[in-house]
Design a protein around this ligand. Structure first.
Ligand SMILES: [Zn+2]
Length: 223
């Protein structure tokens, strides 16, 4: 292993052979790093891959639900690797803003929530934070994605607000991971039937299904 990085939801590992190992944790994948000489871990049927490192440590990939993924890209082939080459900008990078979001949503007939889960629009945004960002920006998950862009693909106010909201909810989530207090994580996610947390809104959070995934939103303050 010569370097380790991330693109969207993929881990990208450069190997000394020149190849690149591409991994996705799926829904339940995680790594267990066994200390050198430690044989205490019992065999687990969900340990699917064992990496024996030059240090002597073993890194086990464990994935009970088996949605995880691993592949090797040959040397020089990473730039045109299928799921990575078409991927949109990283949401916390300067390349991602209202203008790039509007360009990606221009003319799109799908709902705004479904567009946000399209990794070509923005990299790595998942189902929970798509709902949270739309609530933060006061935008309905039901509106068409094209409504945040002009006909020529220029950003409307809503595109600028949504890009800023995506950055804000992701930055907040990263910050919370570093904090010992895990309370009040989500404003809408898994809060169906509970009052909207926006001050003086008075709405009730609703849940429905879009493209097979749960969407949570407040019909009163999200338009
Ligand atoms: Zn509300």
């Amino acid at each position: 292993m010569v370097d380790l990085s991330r693109r969207g939801k993929y881990l990208v590992i450069g190997l000394s052979s020149g190849e690149t190992l591409i991994m996705h944790l799926g829904m339940s994948g995680w790594f267990h790093v066994a200390p050198i000489g430690d044989r205490s871990r019992e065999a687990d049927p969900h340990d699917h891959v064992a990496f024996v490192m030059s240090s002597g440590q073993t890194v086990l990939f464990n994935d009970p639900r088996r949605f995880g993924f691993m592949d090797l890209a040959e040397e020089g082939r990473l730039p045109d690797y299928p799921s990575l080459s078409a991927m949109g900008p990283e949401p916390l990078s300067s390349e991602f803003d209202g203008a790039s979001l509007a360009r990606a949503c221009r003319g799109k007939k799908v709902s705004l929530k479904v567009a946000l889960l399209d990794q070509r629009v923005v990299a790595g945004l998942g189902n929970i934070y798509a709902s949270e960002a739309l609530h933060h920006a006061r935008l309905s998950p039901l509106r068409k994605a094209s409504t945040i862009a002009t006909a020529s693909g220029a950003p409307k106010k809503s595109a600028t607000a949504l890009a800023a909201s995506i950055k804000a909810v992701l930055a907040g989530a990263i910050k919370r991971r570093e904090s010992p207090y895990r309370s009040a994580r989500f404003k809408v996610y898994e809060r169906e039937g509970q009052p909207c947390l926006r001050r003086a809104c008075g709405g009730t959070i609703r849940r429905f299904t879009q493209a097979g995934r749960s969407t949570f939103y407040c019909p009163k303050c999200q338009r």
